[in-house]
Design a protein around this ligand. Structure first.
Ligand SMILES: *Cc1c(COP(=O)(O)O)cnc(C)c1O
Length: 413
């Protein structure tokens, strides 16, 4: 490839079949969101929708809206829409709670299904909350359950008939490396191990085929690539074949067979609805649904293609413009192994992250030295990538990262 310049990126934008989607988002002037893998951008329709939910459905409809405005069905209705993005069937996905809580529900149900086996297996590249939830469940179960954490390359060897559940995140939150879900699930099943996959960094970013891989349980996040808004509700997937046997340990009234009978004994609802716990947050659901509906305007395969092109352009431009400044690509170079962000290691990563933030480029930093840049084909254009690399180069040339106040890690990055 010859030298990439702004004109080249402009031409890519002109030929982009997905460019029309950018107009669906409220994008603040002069700000580039390179952190859509942590918090997606705001869809324009969300603002109007939330005002409508508040004024009409809540303000005027009051409690009648649980039936009249479809509030009660929202967790299943939106779940069915998410199902199409992850290779799940109708009635296999429910929107509810946070990812952490859903992981607990999935893990506890899976452990019950595989009773007598004392281990939950995971790896040390997993997102911390996933490991913490496993630790909490194990400590509650006392001596009968332990968490075993191995290195990613040791997973297949660590599978045995002692393992009840293997729980992994499909896309590494630091490197964006994609795990082979199909192969790992198959190997786990050969040993009688149930699998719980966390799709937080997959859903809305890469093509996922849960049923193609015969996955047992999965969970995922609503506020990242689904653009559902800060703290958006998450989702849980339970394969049909497990639904009647899977016992919800968080057995709340909304997951009861007949919640409004107010019976004193818990009896779980027949299908995925048994994984409801308490009353869903309607405003959050409404915002998430707008984000999810945007995926109807195109295909996941088209979004993935553009995502790969954007990230490849980013990697090539970083090499061209910043090749001498000590950045090490921390994500896989192979497009097939890399999901929806590009990460670079740099010894001055924290200062660089802060200096580009001062230039209105939103990215993030993961200790000790990883800079992450989210790739979101719905609202990013190729010229955004050019601007970001140009800013990074300027920060490096002028040593703008080298400020004492940039070196102290804040409580939130
Ligand atoms: C973002 C993320 C979560 C977030 O969990 P919350 O309960 O929503 O805070 C969990 N797991 C993974 C792998 C994530 O990337």
């Amino acid at each position: 490839m010859g030298k990439v310049d702004r004109k080249y990126c402009e031409a890519l934008d002109q030929q982009d079949d997905l460019a029309f989607l950018r107009k669906e988002f409220y994008l603040a002037e002069g700000v580039i969101n390179m952190d859509g893998n942590s918090l997606g951008a705001l869809p324009r329709k969300t603002m109007a929708r939330l005002s409508n939910v508040m004024e009409k459905e809540w303000g005027q409809g009051l409690i009648r809206s649980w039936a009249d405005a479809g509030w009660f069905e929202a967790p299943v209705r939106i779940g069915n829409k998410i199902a199409k993005l992850i290779g799940a069937g109708k009635g296999e996905v429910l929107v509810a709670d946070s990812t952490s809580v859903n992981l607990f529900k999935a893990l506890s149900a899976a452990v019950r299904l595989n009773q007598g086996r004392p281990i939950i297996l995971s790896d040390d590249s997993n997102f911390p909350t996933d490991l913490y939830m496993m630790q909490g469940l194990a400590s509650f179960c006392g001596d009968s359950l332990k968490v075993k954490v191995v290195r990613p390359e040791q997973i297949l060897n660590a599978l045995s008939d002692e393992v009840a559940v293997l729980s992994l995140t499909q896309v590494d939150f630091k490197s964006a490396r994609i795990k082979n879900m199909e192969l790992i699930t198959k190997k786990a099943h050969e040993k009688g191990v149930l699998v719980v996959w966390d799709l937080s960094h997959s859903v809305g970013s890469i093509e996922v085929d849960l049923n193609g891989a015969a996955v047992d349980f999965a969970v995922g996040c609503g506020y990242k690539f689904l653009n559902g808004g800060p703290g958006a509700p998450a989702f849980i997937f339970t394969a049909y074949r497990h639904q009647s046997a899977a016992e919800p340990i968080l057995s709340g009234w909304m997951g009861h067979q007949d919640p409004f009978a107010f019976s004193l004994d818990y009896r779980p609802a027949p299908g995925i609805e048994r994984f409801r716990c308490g009353t869903p947050g309607v405003l959050g659901m409404a915002a998430l649904e707008i984000g999810v509906d945007l995926f109807e305007k195109t295909k996941m395969s088209e979004l993935r293609k553009k995502s790969v092109r954007l990230s490849r352009l980013f990697i090539e431009l970083m090499e061209q413009e910043c090749g001498d400044y000590g950045f090490r690509l921390y994500s896989p170079l192979n497009d097939k192994e890399r999901a929806g962000h590009v990460a670079f290691g740099h010894d001055e990563g924290l200062g660089i992250y802060r200096a580009i933030k001062a230039r209105q480029i939103i990215s993030d930093f993961r200790p000790p030295n990883v800079l992450r840049f989210g790739i979101t084909p719905m609202y990013q254009c190729y010229q955004d990538i050019f601007e970001v690399v140009r800013a990074i180069r300027e920060v490096m040339e002028t040593r703008a990262w080298d400020k004492p106040e940039y070196k102290i890690r804040g409580a939130i990055t």
